[in-house]
Design a protein around this ligand. Structure first.
Ligand SMILES: Nc1ncnc2c1ncn2[C@@H]1O[C@H](COP(=O)(O)OP(=O)(O)OP(=O)(O)O)[C@@H](O)[C@H]1O
Ligand SMILES: [Mg+2]
Length: 327
């Protein structure tokens, strides 16, 4: 089947790649998932981001039917794992953040064993395993025992394991952790190529600039809940701009007179006197230019003016969604 046929097929079929409805899961007092609703469109790459302990791994485990929720349900390409667990296992590939493998087996044997566990006969498993060894640059390691692999090499083997049965949905928990720069670029290219072929990918990471290059959408979690969801291919959302002034109260007054909301930036240690900085949301660079003109026209002594984060849109969205939740 060609890539365009697959694309045509999923374009016509509105069934999402992954769905979660009203998922909750507690561990004792900890609400790891708190009424989570999530729809991951088919044939794209969705980032799952959020602070440590916010519930990303728990959500992915439930989606991979490895953890049962207290309430709610999931669907994988429309299939209910409670009714058809084998069907879901066929459709979904899972890469955990901590990697466990058959340590005594060689890399090639690990992949052949996994292929067998997914029901691939030897005739289909052998070429598939060789293909994956090549794609993930594991061929020089193919005959080494899995236990001797470095952390990054184990990550690549983990991805190969998740992909061995050519699943239509991939759930990857921090796949880039431990990877060297070249392997990260290759991971990005592998994931983009899979999505171009119609595979649905949900990927978690803390490395936001890399995710931004890899993903079409981003879902932000905080404290067990989904707090934001954005289409990264759409027009840019608001940009956060940082304005430093020798007289922060004069700056605040001009912004307030125009009804422009501003957030205080904590001053570094030391005596800052009247100096200070405020963050302001602008629509785009032209809006930022208009703001600068306004401040200069009102004789506000501006000494710094520019984007508040050095990172990209995903980082800005993450900071704004998680900050709002805490305040
Ligand atoms: N098996 C478990 N037993 C007890 N508590 C758990 C268990 N698994 C997760 N938790 C708790 O549930 C919450 C969510 O954990 P989870 O691993 O889903 O977070 P995460 O977003 O993946 O974090 P990280 O970014 O650090 O990987 C945490 O408070 C964690 O301590
Ligand atoms: Mg995790």
């Amino acid at each position: 089947m060609s890539v365009s046929t697959v694309r045509g097929a999923h374009a016509a079929d509105p069934t999402p790649g992954l769905e979660a409805h009203d998922l909750s899961r507690a561990f004792g007092d900890v609400r790891a998932l708190d009424h989570v609703d999530l729809v991951v469109p088919r044939g794209g790459v969705t980032a799952l981001v959020g602070p440590n302990g916010c519930g990303k791994t728990s959500l992915m485990l439930v989606l991979a039917s490895l953890l049962s929720p207290d309430t709610g349900h999931v669907r994988v390409l429309g299939v209910d794992p409670a009714k058809d667990p084998r069907g879901v296992r066929r459709l979904l590939g899972w890469m955990p953040d901590g990697f466990g493998t058959f340590e005594a087996l060689t890399v090639r044997e690990v992949l052949r064993t996994m292929a067998g566990a997914h029901g691939l006969g030897a005739g289909a498993a052998r070429p598939r395993v060789e293909e994956l060894l090549h794609t993930l640059r594991l061929d020089p390691l193919a005959d080494r025992p899995a236990r001797v692999l470095s952390r990054g090499q184990k990550q690549r083997l983990g991805l190969a394991q998740a992909m061995v049965h050519s699943p239509q949905v991939l759930v990857l928990d921090e796949p880039a952790s431990g990877l060297d720069p070249r392997s990260r670029l290759e991971l990005r290219d592998t994931v983009r190529a899979l999505a171009a072929g119609g595979v649905t990918v949900l990927v978690s990471s803390h490395i936001l600039d890399e995710l931004e290059e890899m993903c079409d959408r981003a879902v932000v979690m905080d404290a067990g809940r989904v707090v934001a969801s954005h289409d990264l291919t759409a027009a840019p959302a608001l940009l956060r701009w940082r304005v430093g002034s020798l007289d922060v109260e004069a700056l605040r007054a001009v912004l307030a007179a125009r009804g422009i909301e501003a957030t205080d930036v904590p001053s570094p240690d030391g005596d800052w006197g009247r100096r200070g900085a405020l963050d302001v949301d602008v629509a785009d660079e032209a809006d930022a230019h208009a703001l600068l003109r306004l401040l200069v026209d009102h004789d506000v002594p501006v000494f710094t003016f520019g984007p508040a984060t050095t990172g990209g849109r995903l980082e800005a969205m993450y900071l704004s969604a998680t900050r709002e939740e805490r305040s």
